[in-house]
Design a protein around this ligand. Structure first.
Ligand SMILES: Nc1ncnc2c1ncn2[C@@H]1O[C@H](COP(=O)(O)OP(=O)(O)OP(=O)(O)O)[C@@H](O)[C@H]1O
Ligand SMILES: [Mg+2]
Length: 238
């Protein structure tokens, strides 16, 4: 079953035309990577889905229902969770307060304690203010805030950005647990290793257009795309 479908989406910031006919789809339970370099349009795609920067043309359907015209809150209430690029957490609230607040806003949340089972690092930091957390810890908190709402579709916008390699490994292990649960994921990344490990299918976006769609297996063989759009050599992802 198709969970999310974008068809010919064009999105603008004012007069600046950023997404050019983006089409993509996600089936139930899939983890799909959206890959591309700086400024390619990954965040704009996420923002288009979430209703933050709605498309000017094209359609976005979630479980058969159109999303264009709904507010971000309405879209969130339908079961779509976004972990934004800038890890939006409430800096002056504690870790626990941050998770509880997200929990309260959801219609059918998961138990808060499940988040501490999933992210033991947060369990030790319950009473710490979010602003005192490291980048990696804030990223875990941001993911926990999304997951506690029991999203049916999770949008992860460059979760590894700015994290130390050892933290990226931790996050990767935790996301393996997450994706084995009942969730469909769209993962935007520049970290090709990370994305290839988690996803089974991928799209490559460049200057607002989709230039590849297919399995990660096939993408691994596309030396041209890896070098041109993802700045990795085939040996690096072999
Ligand atoms: N608020 C904005 N106003 C105007 N232009 C913007 C705005 N945000 C992004 N853009 C432009 O839109 C294009 C796509 O940006 P976007 O943030 O979607 O890329 P990205 O793939 O997420 O990049 P990154 O990997 O750096 O996060 C870029 O050319 C960017 O300069
Ligand atoms: Mg981005």
């Amino acid at each position: 079953m198709t969970v999310l479908e974008l068809t010919d989406v064009d999105t603008y910031y004012g007069n600046s035309h950023v997404l050019h006919g983006v089409s993509l789809d996600l089936a139930e339970g899939e983890v799909v990577a959206l890959l591309g370099r700086n400024g390619a349009g990954k965040t704009t795609t996420m923002r288009s889905i979430m209703g933050v920067t709605p498309p000017r043309r094209g359609t976005i359907t979630y479980r058969g229902e159109g999303l264009v015209g709904l507010s971000p809150n309405e879209i969130n209430a339908r079961g779509i969770g976004l972990v934004p690029e800038d890890r939006r957490v409430f800096p002056t609230l504690t870790v626990h307060e941050n998770v509880v607040l997200a929990h309260k806003l959801a219609a059918d949340p998961r138990p808060v304690e499940e988040m501490y089972d999933l992210f033991p690092v947060l369990d030790d930091l319950r009473t710490s203010r979010a602003r005192n957390l490291s980048g990696g810890e804030q990223q875990m908190l941001s993911v926990a805030r999304a997951l506690v709402q029991r999203p049916s579709l999770l949008l992860l916008d460059e979760p590894t950005e700015g994290l130390a390699p050892v933290i990226v490994d931790d996050l990767q292990a935790m996301l393996h647990d997450v994706v084995s649960q009942d969730v469909t994921v769209l993962l935007s990344e520049q970290n090709v290793h990370f994305a290839f490990d988690l996803a089974t299918r991928g799209y490559v976006i460049d200057t607002g257009s989709i230039v590849f769609e297919g399995s990660i297996e096939d993408l691994r063989e596309r030396d041209d795309l890896l070098e041109q759009y993802l700045a990795v050599t085939p040996e690096e992802v072999a």
